[in-house]
Ligand binder design. Structure first.
Ligand SMILES: Cc1cc2nc3c(=O)[nH]c(=O)nc-3n(C[C@H](O)[C@H](O)[C@H](O)COP(=O)(O)OP(=O)(O)OC[C@H]3O[C@@H](n4cnc5c(N)ncnc54)[C@H](O)[C@@H]3O)c2cc1C
Length: 416
């Protein structure tokens, strides 16, 4: 998408055509985190104003997509299929630095790299994703280090390890997935995972069970569609228990401790409570409940630290806005457009963004939820547009094909 198209789509047609105006002198934008938010922001700033230097700092050697990673757990796709390199950003002139940012000096406008050295910036974009509040689950960290309890809530080595545990589990075993109180990354993700593991058991280990222990009082997304799929496809395999908040784990016996009782599992997959990633915490960007970073939704600029734009899962979500790849990708375009405007001495305009999120409930069938979010000046935030969005009428293979197309498109939009 060209910048002018995005702005037009966003109702800011008056700004169209400014993309190639350029700046008299070069400014540098540093982007921390090459996930859905950061990679997209880096690419779009360069596309919309090639006179701005963009440096993307990412600690991993390649991008691994959380979307579709649940299919890896079922054996229905591979890690290779959901991974991409960063080379695609070279053609836009994004400088990709493989390192970890350990500190930010917002006064001096520099970021510090783990391997040594500082990089100066004019504007900083932070899209570091989430980290976990392990301290809310007694025994968790030790159990995770030993490999007996996994979250696999960042796609990567834990995804591979969880798949291995599911393959090695005896037929007749129990897989337990524990879901934290919302908000957490990807509201429908745990229910998709429970569905895909059930599909795998149905086919490969038919005497096995899936137990979903949800801290929330009901499914937090696409509830009707998931319940329908579970009753049609996984009766006798999948059991759902709401109001089941985990308080601890015992890795040696693979036992999860709930407020009122304990449950023993063969494979224990506990998704811990979440917050903005460590680097956001270290740099004073977290403003709310000790967890999330509040921002100005017209520019994505932090309300705590000037000149720093925060994107993606790390943000304090606007009303009814999920923590999704789709949203992180759209946040990136708000920030990229705003930064180009600011660095060219113009005023950014608020924009309208769209979320689309697919969930698989069997190897081929999926369903979708979408929403549209627009700036509401009196509330000073983005709010859902009335009568927009909604969910699929039913799960289908057609939606499954759309889900794959959506994933390939967003990977390319972010990284290619
Ligand atoms: C199982 C699962 C399924 C999902 N399915 C979907 C789906 O179908 N659709 C959807 O829209 N969303 C889905 N999501 C949610 C989606 O993955 C996230 O919302 C999205 O990744 C958020 O993007 P982000 O840029 O905020 O963070 P991330 O994509 O996590 O990127 C953060 C990056 O920052 C890097 N980083 C962090 N700290 C530093 C540092 N100090 N220095 C350098 N680099 C750093 C990390 O290595 C990482 O690459 C799913 C999530 C899960 C767990």
């Amino acid at each position: 998408m060209q910048r002018r198209d995005f702005l037009k789509l966003a109702g800011a047609a008056s700004l169209a055509g400014c993309a190639s105006a350029g700046t008299p002198s070069k400014a540098r934008v540093v982007v921390v985190g090459g996930g859905f938010g950061g990679a997209t922001a880096a690419k779009y700033i360069r596309m919309w104003d090639p006179s701005i230097d963009v440096v993307l700092v990412e600690r991993e050697s390649s991008f691994v997509s959380c979307p579709l990673s649940n299919l890896v757990l079922g054996g229905y796709t591979t890690m290779t299929d959901i991974s991409r390199g960063y080379d695609g950003l070279n053609k836009y002139g994004v400088q990709v630095v493989r390192d970890e940012v350990t500190a930010i000096d917002a006064g001096k406008k520099t970021v510090r790299l783990a391997r040594g050295g500082d990089i100066a910036y004019e504007r900083l974009v932070m899209s570091p994703g989430i980290d976990f509040n392990f301290n809310e689950l007694q025994g968790y960290e030790a159990a995770m280090q030993s490999g007996s309890v996994l979250h696999a809530w960042k796609a990567g080595p834990q995804t591979v390890a969880l798949r291995q545990q599911l393959e090695q589990m005896r037929d007749g075993g129990v897989y337990v997935i524990s879901i934290p109180m919302a908000p957490y990354r990807c509201p429908p993700g745990p229910y998709e995972r429970a569905s895909i593991v059930s599909a795998y058991f149905k086919q490969a280990k038919p005497r096995s069970k899936v137990l979903v222990l949800d801290a929330n009082p009901d499914l937090t997304s696409k509830a009707g569609l998931f319940k329908r799929a579970w009753s049609d496809l996984y009766q006798g395999i999948l059991e759902y228990r709401p109001n089941s908040r985990a308080v601890g784990v015992d890795g040696s016996t693979r036992t999860i401790k709930l407020e009122l009782d304990d449950v023993k599992a063969d494979v224990l997959n506990v998704v811990p409570p979440q917050r903005a990633a460590d680097i956001a915490q270290k740099t004073g960007l977290i403003t709310t409940n000790n967890r999330w970073c509040d921002i100005d939704w017209r520019t994505m600029e932090s309300k705590a630290v000037k000149g720093v734009h925060v994107l993606g899962d790390a943000t304090l979500s606007a009303p009814a806005m999920p923590k999704s790849a789709s949203m992180a990708n759209n946040h990136a375009k708000i920030a990229a457009a705003a930064i180009v405007e600011l660095l060219n001495g113009r005023n950014p305009e608020p924009v309208k963004i769209i979320n689309t999120c697919y969930s698989f409930v069997s190897p081929k069938e999926a369903m979708r939820v979408s929403s549209v979010h627009e700036w509401e000046p009196t509330q000073g935030t983005l709010v859902p547009v009335k009568a927009s969005g909604g969910v699929s009428a039913a799960r289908s293979e057609a939606e499954g094909n759309y889900a794959w197309s959506w994933a390939r498109t967003i990977w390319a939009d972010s990284l290619a």
